[in-house]
Design a protein around this ligand. Structure first.
Ligand SMILES: N[C@@H](CCC(=O)N[C@@H](CS)C(=O)NCC(=O)O)C(=O)O
Length: 311
């Protein structure tokens, strides 16, 4: 089997979720550091336009969005379980809540002027400007909005207080005595806050949350090995995409395998990816596309949070 390759950069919270997912499964993996802002030519050669961070690659199969990455890794190795039997819906729903709502709060706290100044203390002004401009354009065309910092600060004790309360009843993790996808999704926004000196103190009143964070951090990142982004494109070019097992899934909106479609995130980073729908089920959509550099690839997306358009 091809090794997993994670395309990511160190400061990204969702990348931290991706790294922890690989560590949770105990995998050895290849690590490609991608640019923090556009353009990302080697990444988009693989994805066909999707630009968000992180992306997982396995040969000529490309997995966009950590919700999809989690399911791919679970398929590879079911134990330990990210979606524990009997709690599949609860784990996925809690993770989705954290990836959206808790993350929005963490972004609002981290993008306050003083937080940005702390984060970019030693970074040249033109790089900071390029980052801010890039993130403004990231939100163009999507239905995602930046949460107002006043609202985020007001709601922070509600979100953190609930976790603190729940962790006070003896369970070490959010859904019991073992970590699952709900924990990893709650962790990365709080990691983002903990890593910024300007806002890290907002975690101080929650000792059980901080102790739980230390347990999640101890999961680690597995065994990464750095490789160049160009080498990852060659891995895709030299591989053949996996053939998904046939299924009889019928979507409610009538899309069928073989159809030309484009798919794009609905909230932000809405750059469309165009290709042939090769397979789908209730969770996943797989597109075939051919790239001049990467060859034939299958690009996998979660159904949740993405829009399909016939072309
Ligand atoms: N739902 C996506 C969200 C990913 C996301 O928002 N990533 C941020 C970084 S933490 C991003 O893509 N920022 C813009 C960029 O890196 O170009 C996921 O679960 O992977």
């Amino acid at each position: 089997m091809n090794r997993f390759v994670l395309h990511h950069y160190p400061q990204s919270p969702f990348a931290e979720k991706g790294r922890l997912l690989l560590g949770f499964k105990g995998f050895e993996w290849d690590s490609v550091t991608i640019p923090v802002v556009m353009p990302k030519p080697d990444l988009t050669a693989l994805t066909g336009g999707y630009r968000r961070t992180p992306v997982l690659q396995c040969g000529a199969d490309i997995y966009c969005d950590t919700a999809m990455i989690a399911r791919r890794l679970e398929r590879e190795s079911a134990v330990p379980a990210l979606f524990p039997a009997g709690r599949e819906a609860a784990a996925a729903a809690l993770a989705q809540f954290a990836d959206q709502v808790l993350f929005q709060h963490a972004v609002a706290l981290n993008f306050q002027p003083d937080s940005l100044a702390a984060r970019f203390a030693n970074v040249p002004q033109d790089v900071v400007r390029a980052f801010i401009d890039d993130r403004k354009s990231l939100f163009g065309g999507g239905n995602g909005n930046r949460l107002d910092v006043g609202v985020a600060l007001s709601q922070w004790p509600t979100l953190l207080g609930r976790i603190e309360t729940q962790l006070g009843h003896g369970d070490a993790y959010l859904l019991g005595d073992r970590p699952c996808i709900a924990d990893l999704a709650h962790y990365h926004p709080l990691w983002f806050v903990a890593n910024n000196v300007h806002v890290a103190a907002t975690l101080a009143p929650y000792p059980r949350v901080r102790a739980w964070m230390a347990r999640i951090a101890a999961i680690g990142h597995g065994k990464p090995r750095p490789i160049e982004s160009g080498a990852a494109v060659e891995i895709a070019r030299d591989a053949t995409p996996e053939v998904p097992a046939a299924n009889n899934f019928v979507g409610a909106n009538g899309f069928t395998a073989g159809q030309e479609i484009s798919i794009a995130a609905t909230d932000y980073g809405v750059d469309p990816v165009v290709g042939t729908l090769v397979w789908h089920d209730a969770e996943e959509i797989v597109l075939r596309r051919e790239d001049p550099r990467a060859g034939v690839v299958h690009v996998h997306f979660p159904r949740m949070g993405f829009r399909l358009t016939a072309i």
